[in-house]
Design a protein around this ligand. Structure first.
Ligand code: ADP
Length: 302
């Protein structure tokens, strides 16, 4: 019990019982007053303690709810990321399977072309598997799969993978690379996903535009690292959208998921780089990221 309440209670007992006070005397009144004080103090202390207990309980419940919501958000982001990143290899598999079947359906089947299509399907299947593996690494910020990479090779591979989309939309591709480009330390699959996402967005933004459709992918040395720019002559990004295009689930496309740029930014930031956007001249958008040059820490140590 609270010591002040106990003190008041003891004084009250002393005043009212020893010796027995005369009714309405000072001692009698003092006994009543101390009785009131001790009773009120006990009541207030109990009320205070119960209120504190409820406040603690409320804090614990809110913290538990926040933790559960954070887990659900991470779960949503993982599911949306997998769905988004696996879409590209899956559509590649469907396109190649259709092409393979067409080569076989001819009056004289072209087995070599069909074989080439099936090889591409197998490569897409392996890529889908690797993409799922690399998604775990994005969320765990795992740096173990980093190797020394030539970014030009990655750009070349991404353009080959998207060749049929580029041809279908009659897009002219311009590439430019600095001959002195250093190697960068990075996760091959993740950086390839960044290039595929940026180039796919560029294709989609030019697909509905009249006028020349030019995709320009450039690499240059900057601040000792490598700066990669992906520029298009598409619709560009409205001023009202610039601040939110990197937000997860933000999309202006009817069938969009709004995950591509947020995944790209996470990957580039996990590589200690930055992903930026600027308007292209005379129209379109330019996405740029800088990666530090060098070999991965694990390789350098061995
Ligand atoms: P999604 O492609 O599914 O919409 P993203 O995160 O890749 O998701 O892109 C988010 C939004 O950013 C797009 O809906 C589009 O409005 C805008 N955006 C991205 N890249 C470009 C680009 N190259 N040109 C114009 N707008 C773009």
């Amino acid at each position: 019990m609270d010591p002040a309440a106990l003190g008041a209670y003891l004084i009250e007992i002393y005043l009212i019982s020893f010796p027995e006070p005369v009714r309405y005397s000072i001692g009698w009144y003092a006994g009543r007053v101390f009785g009131l004080v001790s009773g009120s103090l006990v009541l207030f202390v109990l009320l205070y303690e119960i209120t504190m207990l409820y406040a603690q309980l409320l804090r614990a419940v809110l913290a538990q709810r926040r933790e559960r919501e954070a887990r659900l958000i991470t779960g949503d982001a993982v599911a949306a990321t997998i769905a988004h990143e696996v879409k590209q290899p899956l559509s590649g598999m469907i396109t190649n399977a259709d092409a393979g079947l067409r080569w076989l359906d001819r009056s004289t089947p072209d087995l070599d072309e069909a074989k080439a299509a099936f090889k591409k399907i197998a490569a897409d299947g392996h890529r889908a598997g690797a993409v799922i593996g690399s998604i775990r690494a994005i969320f765990k910020r795992d740096a173990r799969s980093r190797t020394s990479l030539d970014i030009n090779d990655l750009i070349g591979e991404a353009l080959v993978l998207l060749r049929s989309d580029l041809q279908q939309h009659r897009i002219l591709v311009q590439t430019e690379a600095d001959a002195q480009l250093p190697q960068v330390a990075g996760d091959r699959i993740q950086l390839q996903q960044v290039l595929l996402n940026l180039i796919t967005n560029a294709i989609e933004s030019m697909a509905d535009e009249d006028g020349p459709r030019i995709l320009s992918v450039k690499c240059e040395v900057q601040d000792g690292g490598v700066m990669v720019s992906v520029a298009d002559t598409g619709a560009g990004i409205g001023v009202q959208d610039v601040g939110r295009i990197f937000n997860p689930l933000f999309t202006t496309k009817s069938g969009g998921m709004g995950m591509g740029l947020s995944i790209c930014r996470s990957i580039i930031e996990a590589h200690d780089g930055r992903l930026l956007v600027a308007p292209n001249a005379p129209r379109g958008a330019v996405f740029q990221f800088i990666l530090a040059a060098g070999t991965p820490a694990s390789a350098a140590a061995s």
